[in-house]
Design a protein around this ligand. Sequence first.
Ligand SMILES: Cc1ncc(COP(=O)(O)O)c(C=O)c1O
Length: 290
Amino acid sequence: MADPFPLCYLNGDYLPLREARISPLDRAFLFGDGVYEVIPVYAGRPFRFRPHFDRLDRSLAALGMAPVHTRAEWETICRQLIARNDGGDMYLYVQVSRGAEYGRNHAPPTGLAPTVFAYASPLPALPAEKLEQGVAAVTAADTRWQRCNIKSTALLANVLLKQQAVEAGAHETILLRDGLLTEGTSTTVHVVINGEIRTPPRSPQLLPGTTQDVVTELAAQAGIPTRAMAVTEAQLRAADEIFIGAATIGPLPVTRLDGRPVGTGEPGPVWRRIREEFEACKAGLAGTPY
Ligand SMILES: Cc1ncc(COP(=O)(O)O)c(C=O)c1O
C-alpha cells in the first residue's frame, strides 16, 4: 500500500519515507535518548507552530542539547513537508535524537551530530460517535518517571499504560500519582467541577500540553472559568465532566471512567462549548502567520 504522505525530512534532505535510513547505533534507538513533537496541520497550515517548537527547544535543553534549527529553518522544513505531501490535513512528527556513536555509552559523548527526522502522517480518525457519545477511560497508577515535562521518545511506560486501556476496551488510561490526577498516557486531562475547568498545575510530573493552552484561551473567550490546581482522585471520580486533549484530537469527552458514567454519562455542556470554539479556531487558521 502506498504511504499516504510519502516524503520525509532526514538530516537536511527530503526523501521518500521508505528510503530513509538511520544508524542502528542512534542513541534514540539504543537509549530512547531523543525528544519529539507532534504538530497538527489543518488545511495546509500548522496549528500552534511556535508553542510546539518552543517546547521542543525546552525538551532539548533538558537533555543538555542546543536547538538544532532556528524557527525560520523549522518553518521551511514544515512548509516543505506540507507542500511536498500535497497540503491538507495531517500531522507532522518531528524527532531529534542525540545522534549515533560507535559503541554504547550511557554517558553521552560530546560533539555528536543530532539526528533530525520529520515526516507527515494522517490525523487519527475521530469517528463522529466519539464526539457524540464520548470515550471510555480507565485509571491506573502513574508508573512513569519524574521528568514527564520532557517530551521524550522514551515512552515505554506510556505504551504499557495505554495498553491497559486497549485491553479494557477504553480509549485512554488516566494516571494518578499519590492520589492526584497527573494526565493521560498521551493527553492532558481536564475536569469540570461546578462549571469550572480544572487542570493539574504544570510540574515535572506531566507534559505542558499545547492543547491545554488552547483550551484555556478558548474558555476565557467563552467566559468559562479555568483553574490550574491539583485534582484528587475523589474529585476526578465525582466530576461533572472530564475531557482529554491532545494536538491531533483536540478536546474529547470522557463519558465513562472505570466502567462508571462520568456525570450524566453524556458529553457535557462545557466540553461542547470548548469543542465548538476549537472547531471555529481551526477554521479561522487559514492565512494566519506560522
Ligand atoms: C503525556 C502527554 N501528555 C499530554 C499531551 C498533550 O500535549 P499536546 O496537547 O501538546 O499534544 C501529550 C501529547 O502527546 C502527551 O504525550
